[in-house]
Design a binder for this molecule. Structure first.
Ligand SMILES: *Cc1c(COP(=O)(O)O)cnc(C)c1O
Length: 394
């Protein structure tokens, strides 16, 4: 919060500009509602409405508007088109047991969005107010939340810099908007496991860089390597960093491995949040659930209650992975993120060879499956866990 206050004063000086104010919300409903369709490709189908709020340095945040989904009009010189002060979030609404809309740990998304905005000097905002507005939007478009298991409504809060001058400087005006799209399973090859090409010649993130924030500019540089990997038959890139081939992330997912220990317990390892790793909510939730199982605070689905799962946030390298694989100790690898929840990794191409994991044949392993099942149950309100799932009542 101290940092946020600092940024606020950077932006506003001594003047008092308007905060994001939920009581000023203007709702204009669409005259013609679209037929609800399933999403063919991730993010193509949009719901009927969107939330839009503008920030101007003299006046602050405008009255929030929920209005029919449609194009926005911007000056071609807008900062977002030139210097990319663009940040976003990815969250989902799930249908609960009584047909109610539920969000999964949404305060964490709001905090991360504020951190991302701060990193590219976009104006700060009241995170609680934005969450209330998102809940209103989800409630209005609730008929778009798919009822099919594994399906949900993906929510994309976005903030872009709209300063309309070409000088290379922070954008002192901004637009915040939230759009939504119904989604099914992210990868078509879900059951069997995705294939990864380990790449270290181009990197996604680096020490002191922006990989630990959800900034639009982190993604475009990955598109060409991704296309090259796809041509070689791999579905995603496993991003490496440094001469020791440290693993950072898989595509836009956090990466986990499960390793057999000599004492019969399991090590579950994921790279540490050293600034090169996006601090994923799914990552955080997986670590917490694994620890809860080991501490006997819960029993994860279909895992022996006595099985000890030792979580480690520590650097993880490809040579280590290859060695464990050769010894038959590498039991599972999976990617985690809001879009996929938990996705099994079937094989990893590295230095001209394929490291094949058990998931190549049988899909998710026991630990990945347990995490996926428990997380889905919490997200859809079937199992209560701490304050992780909230309804959209405001
Ligand atoms: C969004 C994202 C993730 C996953 O974060 P969640 O909060 O779990 O959805 C992981 N890596 C990258 C690069 C991401 O952009």
């Amino acid at each position: 919060m101290a940092i946020e206050k600092n940024v606020l004063s950077l932006f506003n000086g001594d003047s008092h500009v308007a905060e994001l104010d939920t009581s000023k919300l203007i709702i204009t409903l669409a005259k013609n509602l679209k037929p609800v369709t399933e999403d063919v490709q991730f993010g193509e189908t949009k719901t009927d409405h969107m939330l839009v709020i503008n920030y101007e340095p003299e006046t602050g945040w405008s009255a929030p508007e929920i209005k029919p989904y449609g194009p926005i009009s911007l000056d071609p010189a807008s900062s977002c088109f030139q210097y990319c002060p663009n940040v976003f979030e990815g969250m989902k609404a799930y249908l609960g047991p009584n047909g109610e809309a539920r969000l999964f740990r949404p305060k964490k998304n709001m905090e991360r969005l504020a951190r991302s905005a701060e990193r590219v000097a976009l104006p700060p905002f009241d995170t609680e107010a934005l969450l209330i507005l998102i809940k209103r939007l989800v409630t209005i478009d609730a008929r778009w939340i798919p009822a099919r298991p594994g399906h949900s409504l993906y929510i994309r809060p976005t903030i872009i810099g709209t300063r309309s001058a070409l000088g290379v400087a922070a954008s002192d005006s901004a637009m915040m908007y939230v759009i939504m799209t119904p989604t099914g399973p992210y990868f078509k090859t879900d059951a069997k496991g995705i294939s990864l090409l380990a790449v270290g010649s181009t990197v996604r993130s680096w020490p002191g860089g922006t990989g630990g924030h959800k900034l639009g500019l982190n993604y475009a540089p990955g598109f060409l390597p991704q296309r090259i990997a796809a041509k070689q038959g791999y579905s995603q890139i496993l991003w490496l960093l440094g001469d020791d081939h440290k693993i950072t992330e898989a595509g836009a997912m956090n990466f986990f491995v499960v390793v057999q220990r000599d004492d019969g317990d399991l090590d579950i390892i994921t790279p540490p949040l050293d600034g090169t790793i996006l601090p994923g909510l799914t990552r955080l939730s997986c670590l917490a659930l694994l620890d809860a199982h080991t501490a006997h605070r819960t029993v994860l689905p279909n895992l022996p209650p006595t099985l000890r799962l030792h979580t480690h946030e520590r650097p993880l390298t490809m040579p280590e992975l290859a060695a464990w694989s050769a010894e038959g100790k590498l039991l599972e690898a999976f990617g985690v993120g809001t879009a996929v929840a938990v996705a099994p990794v079937g094989r990893i191409g590295w230095e001209g060879k394929d490291l094949v994991l058990p998931s190549e044949n049988r899909g998710l392993g026991d630990v990945g499956r347990a995490l996926l099942d428990r997380i889905l149950d919490i997200q859809t309100g079937k199992v209560a866990w701490e304050d992780w799932s909230e309804t959209c009542d405001v």
